[in-house]
Design a protein around this ligand. Structure first.
Ligand SMILES: NC(=O)c1ccc[n+]([C@@H]2O[C@H](COP(=O)([O-])OP(=O)(O)OC[C@H]3O[C@@H](n4cnc5c(N)ncnc54)[C@H](OP(=O)(O)O)[C@@H]3O)[C@@H](O)[C@H]2O)c1
Length: 232
């Protein structure tokens, strides 16, 4: 496939390396300097591309997605912190008959962790002697907090146990690619379930798998659509 990568930061570079290892061609790697407001994502530059992978910043993502969808390029985005623009982007995808897949976390382990956390919440429902909380930790350069994954975890826990609060604490320090933990703390004991990413390559591999899947699947998708079986 010919892949456009938008964002030449840590994730964009990891996706490029893995894509080349898998035999794909990098049609373009678009950095911030040439792309204010999505300006570089014009139809002539994108002509011949099969799919785009977007990893930029919360402030830049919506304009990039609009330009890519307008140009008819199926687009995978892993950027977090832009979801307030999702209704507008969804309307555009529908109007243009385009394809978008967005995920705050492309690691397979995180999706299994989210499903397991929901089961945990069901088992603790009604046990008022336990307090629940979420802790998430990322490297110092991550711009948004709480993480998109922590918000998703909170939503799924609340859906399984609407009576309980699931407050989130965020830590931004050091170099960790991402850790998420849910804990139930009772008077005599604590139960925790956590996911710890060891490298960005797990996210890059998931984004690339999504890029290979997305062409031919019009509409707005999450990673659950790709994995099958729904969010459970
Ligand atoms: N879904 C997942 O699995 C997953 C995993 C890891 C990270 N993320 C998210 O993905 C995003 C990127 O993460 P990262 O670690 O790669 O961050 P990063 O290293 O800071 O890279 C972001 C890059 O985007 C560039 N950029 C900003 N505006 C742009 C524009 N209009 N056009 C093109 N490039 C632009 C930045 O350039 P400048 O530095 O020059 O501004 C920077 O090089 C973040 O939102 C992060 O939370 C998601």
């Amino acid at each position: 496939m010919r892949i456009v990568i938008v964002g030449d930061g840590r994730m964009g570079r990891a996706v490029r390396r893995l894509a080349e290892e898998r035999g794909h061609t990098i049609h373009a790697l678009v950095g911030a300097a040439e792309n204010p407001g999505g300006r570089a994502l014009a139809a002539d530059r994108l002509a011949g591309a099969d799919v785009a992978v977007e990893f930029t910043t919360p402030a830049a993502a919506a304009a990039n997605l609009e330009r890519l969808i307008e140009a008819g390029v199926p687009t995978v985005t892993g950027t977090t912190g832009w979801l307030e623009a999702l209704p507008r982007i969804t309307a555009l995808v529908e109007r243009r008959g385009g394809a978008l897949l967005h995920a705050a976390n492309f690691s397979l382990g995180v999706h299994l962790f989210l499903r397991t956390a929901r089961e945990l919440a069901r088992r603790f429902a009604g046990r008022a002697e336990f307090d629940a909380f979420i802790l998430e930790e990322h490297h110092a350069a991550k711009l948004d907090a709480p993480s998109g994954t922590a918000r998703e975890l909170q939503a799924r826990l609340a859906a399984a146990d609407p009576e309980r609060a699931f407050p989130i604490t965020s830590i931004r320090a050091g170099a960790t690619p991402g850790t998420h933990l849910v804990a139930y703390d009772g008077p005599y004991e604590r139960v925790t379930l956590s996911h710890e990413a060891r490298s960005r390559d797990g996210f890059a591999a998931g984004a690339l798998a999504a890029a290979e899947w997305l062409p031919g699947h019009p509409g707005v998708h999450t990673i659950d659509d790709m994995l099958g079986g729904g969010p459970e």
